[in-house]
Design a binder for this molecule. Structure first.
Ligand code: PLP
Length: 400
């Protein structure tokens, strides 16, 4: 392995050469069922013909012109996201962290432009993850990502996840600009925020004039069975929403969606990106949305999700000492284990199933949205085999 790479990653030894649908193939030709999908990115699987076509066609015409010029694909995709969501305005980025940056800037600028420049504070929650930029780690609810990077930026406060009293006290502070929340926490342990809490949070924000920002970088793009997760919950629309990962299907892109009112502080020259919203990303982004918004596609996601849920619940029933809880929603799921998920992750890869892990001893599962019932049943069977081996090893006294 090359040692010229900054040592911030710890990749496993396997090298993948190609992918097709839900499967990845390594350099020895061995196939794997991909239930992590580049961390919830390959929403339509690998080498989807429609995405390959969109990208190749655009690649032969025009790659980049910058936002000095109009980009028709960008205008079209912005309008489509506006038509399909709460949003009136869309800003395109290259990543999730940049979509968070845009969200925070839009929120602060909103208050500034209304004559309340002191309202800068972003409230977030423990366990949350909002990307690795400087603002992202300051907004994020995990101290470890800030360690060694200087003092905490002013204007950020982390509240205990699920502590309604703390939230009610914090939100009325006169310097609060916005509440930033992942409707389903990914990295932090695949934790869903109860729908009643999202509704109450929306109400609290409306009462106090605080903007509500959803980080749907991981749980959006159809992953929980709606185009965006908030669409499950009546009366809980955000003012601003950050998206990325799955909306590009594997091509780097993100988006910040906002209402006309929330975006009212933004004007020419106030924010920007050299690459954001470029022709290649927009060609792929439109092709991804063609499929996500196809009649019946999200119903299909919900149907296969329910098969997946039953399978995962059966694992918890069969191995109550190993699997403590099934978490998450739709095709963003967690198995909270009584032991280190990284150990099980290795065992599963040996058996041909790729999964991830998350905080709080959780095995993270995020397959492409095109998985079939057979795929999820196969994945559940492989996990069952690995858990059964773990249980036997423990019974023999050799368990970890
Ligand atoms: C991955 C992720 C981000 C950061 O996205 P990048 O594309 O890695 O910058 C932000 N928020 C959430 C919830 C994420 O899962």
């Amino acid at each position: 392995m090359s040692n010229a790479i900054l040592p911030v990653y710890g990749p496993s030894e396997v090298v993948f050469e190609r992918g097709e649908g839900v499967r990845l193939f390594d350099s020895n030709g061995r196939g794997y069922l991909d239930f992590i999908a580049g961390i919830a990115v390959n929403s339509l699987g690998h080498a989807h013909p429609a995405l390959v076509r969109a990208l190749s066609e655009q690649a032969g015409k025009l790659w980049h012109v910058s936002n000095m010029y109009r980009i028709p694909g960008q205008e079209r995709l912005a309008q489509r996201y506006a038509d399909l969501t709460f949003a009136d305005r869309v800003f395109f980025t290259n990543s999730g962290a940049e979509a968070i940056e845009a969200s925070i800037k839009i929120a602060r600028r909103y208050h500034w432009s209304r004559g309340e420049p002191e309202r800068i504070k972003i409230l977030s929650f423990t366990g949350s993850f909002h990307g690795r930029t400087y603002a992202g780690i300051n907004a994020g609810g995990q101290d470890k990502y800030r360690e060694g990077f200087g003092p905490r930026m002013p204007g950020f406060e982390t509240l205990p996840f699920g502590d309604h009293d703390a939230l009610r006290q914090a939100v009325v502070q006169p310097d609060v600009a916005a509440v930033l929340i992942e409707p389903v926490q990914g990295e932090g342990g695949v934790r869903e925020t109860p729908e009643a809490c999202l509704r109450a949070l929306r109400q609290l924000c409306s009462e106090t004039g605080v903007l509500l920002i959803y980080d749907e970088v991981q749980c959006g793009a159809g992953r929980t069975g709606q185009l965006f997760h908030y669409q499950w919950v009546d009366g809980a629309e955000p003012d601003i929403l950050a998206a990325a990962k799955g909306i590009g299907g594997g091509f780097p892109m993100g988006a910040c969606l906002a209402t006309e009112a929330a975006a009212s502080g933004m004007a020419k020259g106030v924010h920007g990106s050299t690459f954001g919203g470029g022709p290649l990303a927009m060609a792929v982004g439109n092709a991804v949305l063609d499929i996500l918004s196809e009649d019946g596609f999200l119903e299909g996601v919900r149907r296969v999700s329910s098969t997946f849920t039953q399978g995962l619940e059966s694992l918890r029933d069969r191995y109550p000492d190993l699997v403590l809880k099934v978490t998450g929603r739709g095709l963003l799921r967690g198995l909270k284990l009584s032991f280190d998920p990284v150990v099980l992750r290795g065992e599963l890869a040996e058996r041909g199933l790729l999964v991830g892990s998350a905080g709080d001893q959780v095995l993270r599962l995020a397959p492409p949205l095109i998985v079939t019932d057979d795929d999820v049943l196969e994945a559940v069977r492989i996990i069952d085999d690995a858990l059964s081996a773990e249980a036997r090893a423990r019974a023999a006294g050799g368990g970890a």
